[in-house]
Design a protein around this ligand. Sequence first.
Ligand code: NDP
Length: 288
Amino acid sequence: MAQIIDGKARAKELRKSLKERVASFAEQNGRAPGLGVILVGADPASAVYVRNKERACEKTGIRSFHHELPQDATQQQVEDLIDQLNGDPDVHGILLQLPLPAQLDAQPLIFRIRPDKDADGFHPVNAGRLSVGQPTFVPCTPLGCIDLLRWSGVTLQGADAVVVGRSNIVGKPVAQLLLAEGATVTICHSKTRDLAEKVGTADVLIAAVGRPEMIRGDWIRPGAAVIDVGINRLEDGSIVGDVEFETASARAGYITPVPGGVGPMTVAKLLENTLEGAIRFEQQKLQA
Ligand code: NDP
C-alpha cells in the first residue's frame, strides 16, 4: 500500500516558515512583500482560487492587492492594469488569474508582465531561464510537485520519470525541473502511442492531463512515486485526480491524494515566489 503524500501538511509547514521569513523581510525593508492579483470576469472557480490565494497571503503577512475587471473587459484595460502594477514599487509579484474571458488574448498579457514580477513564472524569459538552469520565477505547481517528492525522500537522480501532459503551466516546467534533478524524463501527451506502456516504466509519474482517473492503477510500476496534478470535478460535485487512486495506491510506493496533494502546494509556492521576488527586488535596489 502506498504512502500517502500529505500536501496539506507540507504546505502548512512551508507557510509557517514563510510567515517568519516574511516578518523578517518586512522588518528589514519597512514593508511586506506584495502580490498584485488580477481577476477578470466572473468564472466561479477562478474567484475561489483567487480568494484562497489572497487569504493565504494575508495569513502569511504578504500584502495582496486585489484588482477585478468585468467579464467584458478589453485587452487594453487589462494591459493598462498590468502596466500600473509593473510600475508599482509595493507590488513584487503579479498574478493574472487564468483562464481569461474568450475575447481576451492571454499570451500577450502574460508577456506584458515584467519578468521580475512574474510570480507565476509563465513569462517566456522565465521559461527560458528555467530551461538553461538559471531560474528566477518557476511556475508554482511544478515547484510544488518537486518539493513533495523531495520531502517524501523519493530519489530523483537517475530515476525514470514520466510526465503526462505538456502544458506550459505544468507539464513542460515540471519536466525541466525533473531533468535538473538528474531524472531521465519522458513527456507524454495526447498523441503519445501506448501511454500505458510508457507510464509503466516510471519510477516517478507526474499526471497533469485534466481527465478524471484516465491513468489506470494497473499501469503503475510497483513502488513508483505518483504525483497527481489533475483536478476534475465530477457531476456529483466530488473532485478526483487524473489517476485512478484506489487501484494506483495499491501498487505505488508513494501517491498524492486529490484533493489535499498538489493543490495546497501550488498556493504555498506562490507565496514563496512572491517573497523571493521581493528579496531579489530589494537586492537589485541596493546594487543600483
Ligand atoms: P492542459 O489542458 O493545458 O494540458 C493537458 C495536457 O494533457 C496536454 O498536454 C494534453 O496533450 C494532455 N492530454 C490530453 N488528453 C490526453 C490523453 N488522452 N493522453 C495523454 N495526454 C493527454 O492542462 P494543464 O496542464 O493546465 O492542467 C492539467 C490538470 O492539472 C488539470 O486537471 C488542471 O485542473 C490541473 N491543475 C492543477 C493545479 C493544482 O494546483 N493542483 C494547477 C494547474 C493545473 P496535448 O498537448 O497533445 O493536447
